[in-house]
Design a protein around this ligand. Sequence first.
Ligand code: ADP
Length: 167
Amino acid sequence: MSGYLDARPRVGYFYTGKQNAEILSDKVKTITVDHYKSRPVVVNESSSVYEAITTMFLEDVGTLFVVDKDSTLTGVVSRKDLLRASLGQKSLETIPVGIIMTRMPNVTVCYEDDFIIDVAKKLISKQIDGLPIVRKTGRGSGLEVTGRITKTNITSLLVDLANNESI
Ligand code: ADP
């Protein structure tokens, strides 16, 4: 009866008057990123574009997160970033991903306890496929990557909601 009934001290249970859509909407707004995250795939900023393409195929992801030698997030590379770099004349083994990535502070990030609905809104407004989930490293403003959330994760949430799975 989750959402249909509520309880108050000295009143007991009472009917909330909420409709199905409102209950579903309330439920979605409470789900945090950590329920639907995936494992992040990272490359070092000194890795070549060739290595990044290989990693993307082997790990079967569409976005790679780029880190420095201290594992601090420095950027993001997408499929099209790598395609664009591949159109040039230079050898892909000699171009570091650090040159072609979208660089901090322009990377959109989220935290484990952010609401998934806010991440979904960011994916739409920024027209991107995924976000790194991060936490502060304790070294200045540095961030370390703890997870990944993509359009696929949001689709899983939609399927669970349709199947009425307990989330
Ligand atoms: P694709 O480029 O393969 O269509 P995206 O739509 O995810 O994939 O990426 C579009 C552009 O946005 C790329 O240049 C990429 O580097 C950048 N980008 C991807 N994810 C993020 C992010 N979380 N924050 C900022 N920029 C991003």
